[in-house]
Design a protein around this ligand. Structure first.
Ligand code: MG
Length: 261
């Protein structure tokens, strides 16, 4: 069942969205050559504690994970693209790192992801990120009442394809509310005009991700970190948005731009 949130509830959800956005904004300033992934996780952990928020990840244990996630942040570096489990690794110049973060504040969840670079990003990675951001924007623009989920999926998938990248349909967006994963699924590939009708009050995470190569993926032995099978790099960006009669509201919009470099 797809939950519809009242205007008051969507207002309440803004606190979670702002917190998740603030954490990612802060983390982006820490991404630089030499920083350890475990330090990034600790920064996020400290901010959760200071805010009185709850991590959606630390106890998360779906069937594909060998154990609960155990960290509060996904850090996917280079050929890793989703669900990257932070480990003792210091970022190197030019590393491409996606940070995916979800937390609960005052009973509501928000979920968002960014991709950034340690030092100067490789031109091909920077180009891929631009495509990802355009795909995210196109998906969000399609999130209006009367459209269908397939309109979001088609907008994302066609833009990624047109830029020359395949779309892997294994993981995609999802409803967000009292928990991190609710109905409906929001795939990154689909047919316009198909799927559930979008209604005012639906809150969904839209999260395009793709790889530079074949798009085939592999799981690390722990079941968590997802890598490209051909070791090409990937991009992942995500916002939690509310569908409203006045257009989509980006609950996880970041107010401060990431500093260059
Ligand atoms: Mg996420």
């Amino acid at each position: 069942m797809i939950e519809l949130r009242s205007a008051t509830e969507i207002d309440e959800m803004r606190a979670a969205g702002r917190f998740v956005a603030d954490v990612l904004t802060e983390l982006a300033t820490h991404v630089r050559t030499g920083v350890n992934l475990l330090e990034l996780d600790r920064v996020a952990h400290d901010m959760i504690r200071a805010r009185g928020a709850t991590s959606c990840y630390i106890d998360y244990h779906p069937t594909f994970g060998a154990m609960p996630f155990g960290k509060v942040l996904c850090t996917s570096v280079n050929d890793a693209v989703l669900h990257g489990l932070p480990y003792d690794y210091r970022l190197r110049d030019g590393d491409n790192v996606s940070l995916d973060f979800a937390a609960e504040v005052d009973g509501w969840v928000a979920d968002s992801a960014i991709t950034c670079f340690a030092g100067k990003g490789r031109p091909e990675d920077v180009g891929m990120l631009r495509v990802g951001e355009r795909a995210l924007a196109a998906g969000i623009a399609a999130a209006v009442p009367g459209n269908r989920i397939g309109d979001i999926s088609a907008a994302i998938g066609e833009l990624i394809n047109a830029a020359g990248y395949p779309v892997n349909t294994s993981f995609g967006g999802h409803g967000v509310g009292r928990t991190m994963h609710e109905m409906p699924d929001v795939p990154n590939w689909g047919k316009a005009g198909r799927g559930p009708v979008l209604r005012a009050g639906m809150v969904i995470a839209i999260e395009p991700w793709f790889l530079a190569g074949s798009g085939e993926i592999e799981f690390d032995p722990d079941g968590w970190t997802i890598r490209s099978a051909d070791h090409t790099r990937g991009v992942h960006v995500e916002h939690t948005i509310a569908v409203t009669a006045d257009g989509p509201i980006i609950l996880t919009e970041r107010s401060k731009p990431k500093p260059a470099g």
